[in-house]
Write a protein that binds this ligand. Structure first.
Ligand code: ZN
Ligand code: FE
Ligand code: FE
Ligand code: ZN
Length: 263
């Protein structure tokens, strides 16, 4: 009984295919539900090459809502992946409040002007102190969890995407953010896309997943698909891992309300 809650569309300018291709792949993989969560519009000076324009938001919403009625053998949900960026909190809040999403993923993709998961700026990892980078990243994730904007924190440790990790791990520096997720009653996304990157492991890593289990944090499952072939990416081995840790299921959303869904 699996679902994939992190699917992009061509509107973000770096994903392939039409939404139907993703839905059909999800059906083939035996998923019971698929949720689209494309990158949110932002003011023009914020990463315009990786997101829809504000005047395309209604096109996105209509496109996904149309799919809800088109398929009877799979359920389709309308989500959105929203960047947490302090300067534009009011801007994104307005978009979230004015539209009827099933759920909102919150992501940290920028520390100041540095796009941390954009390979164009990968050199920055060589210039900076990795321990400081991780500290700043997880402080920002903590702020995101406390912002009350999001239902789910996406790719919790995406800062490891290109394989730059502190020598002695980073659980300690991540704990504050994890505890804020618990305190604010939001979900943690288990995102399998890290397996396709230099990180070579899911987001978050096993150590953090164990902590999340101990804290009884609800989890959501997503592949971060930017191509139809990525839907349900390595879900079988990931669910096995989650079961081994102790998780009994994942959470799903409808109209911003979460509910438990056993594996
Ligand atoms: Zn993307
Ligand atoms: Fe993201
Ligand atoms: Fe994404
Ligand atoms: Zn993402």
């Amino acid at each position: 009984m699996l679902v994939d809650y992190h699917i992009h569309t061509r509107l973000c300018k770096h994903a392939n295919g039409v939404p139907e291709d993703y839905v059909e792949q999800a059906i083939k993989k035996g998923l019971i539900e698929i949720g689209f969560a494309d990158h949110n519009p932002m003011p023009e000076d914020y990463d315009p090459e990786n997101r829809m324009k504000i005047n395309q938001l209604s096109e996105y919403i209509d496109m996904i809502n149309r799919l809800k009625n088109k398929y009877s053998n799979i359920s389709v949900k309308l989500g959105i992946e929203v960047d947490y960026f302090p300067k534009y909190v009011d801007y994104v809040k307005k978009i979230i409040d004015e539209n009827e999403f099933d759920y909102v993923l919150g992501s940290v993709h920028f520390l100041g002007s540095w796009g941390i998961d954009n390979e164009e700026y990968i050199d920055e990892f060589e210039r900076r102190d990795i321990n400081e980078v991780y500290k700043e990243y997880f402080n920002t994730v903590k702020e995101a969890a406390e912002s009350k904007i999001f239902d789910v924190i996406a790719h919790f440790d995406v800062i490891k995407k290109f394989g730059y990790k502190p020598e002695n791990g980073y659980v300690d520096v991540a704990m504050g953010a994890l505890e804020s997720i618990k305190k604010n009653d939001i979900c943690l996304e288990v995102n399998t896309s890290g397996l396709r990157k230099e990180a070579k492991e899911i987001y978050p890593n096993d150590e953090i997943l164990y902590k999340a289990y101990e804290l009884d944090i609800p989890i959501v499952l997503g592949s971060d698909s930017h191509d139809p072939s990525e839907v349900g990416w390595h879900f079988d081995e990931t669910v096995k891992k989650l079961k081994d840790i102790g998780f009994k299921g994942i959470y799903r959303f409808s109209g911003r309300k979460k509910y438990f869904s056993p594996f």
